[in-house]
Design a protein around this ligand. Structure first.
Ligand code: UDP
Length: 378
């Protein structure tokens, strides 16, 4: 089967990293069309996945955009749609990986008469999207998609609550190659020395810097944790959240935590950095659609504490394969951090358990097989 994947982003967020794993088995018979230049293109090339940037003009619709703004951008989309329609005729299927890709893919599917698959990586709730954006996504999916792959039950539930058709929806979790998350002890030691975190109890946060990812909650929790706890914040503001970045730095200064918080920016060596942590913290203040970092922490054999909402609840069972805390409650987070520091054996058992479960549950080969079976049915 020849697949034309579409993704609006030039930057590698969770949806894009997931797409790399999905496209890999099709690399000799697919094309990934992007709506922006950026490092995601390089990542696809490094994985030998054919990629083409279809437009370099930014599409001026944001998650909170109104109908007027949405319609205003339609004119801008016409040349892109024409290009996608033409290219789609060379493929058996259009696979839209993001919301703007869904809109373009829906029209291209109609004109090229190719089936459309929408991989839903978002929670279509008012917390995350304007009413207009939600109804555009649901209308396009309901009317044009033959299949909607939701990345969690939480994403599926929000899609259905927004009016999405249940008969076209299936849940498929992200897949991971467990061997990519194994690090050499010597490399872990070296990176801890390089980062100056040797001898510390290190809590790692791995997310783009954005208010709803809740890095400020971890900083607040750190101020309430024992003095030998340090945090590393890995990730950058991918979508223009500069004000939040500034706010985080001010918060660190105001709490006198300059020596206990390190901002590492965007990194490509996530497995090694996670392995260098004593605890991986996920602190989203709004429901997380899936939460790749939670599974990645587990695969690295590190204990994970996650905010109890959305997809995270499907990944973590408190006290069995990780810890759950109420979102936006730094006190609870500080309590878990302290417990993990004080009860290393119990915590290590939970991490070990989580690793074994995650290896089986999110095995990329099995997940790709599930997707292949769904696509074959189309
Ligand atoms: N990530 C990365 N480098 C960074 C920070 C994050 O490669 O500096 C990766 C992280 O390992 C994960 C993805 O970005 O695979 C984020 O996915 P997640 O589902 O956690 O959140 P999203 O970005 O999709 O909201």
């Amino acid at each position: 089967m020849k697949i034309f994947f579409l993704d609006q982003s030039g930057k590698p967020g969770g949806a894009e990293l997931c797409l790399i794993d999905i496209a890999k088995p099709y690399k000799d018979r697919c094309l990934v069309g992007l709506f922006a230049e950026g490092s995601f293109r390089n990542l696809l090339q490094q994985n030998h996945i054919p990629v083409q940037v279809l437009t370099t003009q930014a599409i001026e619709v944001r998650k909170e955009s109104s109908l007027a703004q949405g319609l205003g951008s339609l004119g801008q989309l016409i040349p892109l749609i024409a290009k996608v329609v033409q290219q789609a005729r060379e493929f058996d299927l259009i696979y839209a990986n993001t919301q703007k890709a869904l809109v373009v893919g829906a029209l291209a599917s109609f004109f090229s008469r190719r089936p459309l698959v929408y991989h839903l990586h978002d929670i279509l709730s008012p917390e995350h999207f304007s009413k207009t954006n939600r109804s555009i996504a649901v209308t396009c999916a309901n009317r044009f998609a033959s299949l909607v792959i939701a990345n969690s039950q939480a994403s599926q539930a929000a899609f259905l609550a927004a009016g999405g058709r249940p008969d076209i929806t299936k849940v498929v979790y992200n897949g991971f190659d467990a061997k990519n998350y194994q690090s050499q002890e010597s490399d872990v030691k070296q990176i801890r020395q390089q980062l100056g975190i040797d001898g510390q109890f290190v809590v790692g946060h791995f997310s783009r810097l954005a208010p709803w990812k809740g890095q400020h909650i971890l900083i607040e929790a750190l101020a309430k944790s024992p003095l030998d706890v340090t945090a590393i914040l890995v990730g950058d503001a991918l979508f223009g959240e500069q004000e939040y970045v500034q706010h985080l730095h001010q918060q660190v200064t105001a709490l006198g935590l300059e020596n206990r918080v390190k901002f590492l920016g965007f990194r490509s060596d996530i497995p090694l950095l996670m392995s260098a942590c004593d605890l991986v913290a996920h602190t989203s203040t709004a429901a997380e659609p899936f939460g790749r970092v939670i599974v990645e922490g587990m695969l690295c054999g590190r204990p994970v504490v996650a905010a109890k909402a959305g997809g995270a609840i499907e990944l973590v069972e408190h006290g069995v394969n990780g810890f759950l805390v109420t979102p936006a409650k730094p006190d609870e987070l500080a309590q878990v951090i302290t417990t993990c520091l004080q009860e290393p054996e119990k915590t290590a058992n939970i991490a070990e358990n989580a690793q074994a479960i995650a290896r089986q549950r999110f095995d990329v080969t099995a997940i790709n097989q599930q997707i292949a079976e769904l696509l074959d049915k189309l």
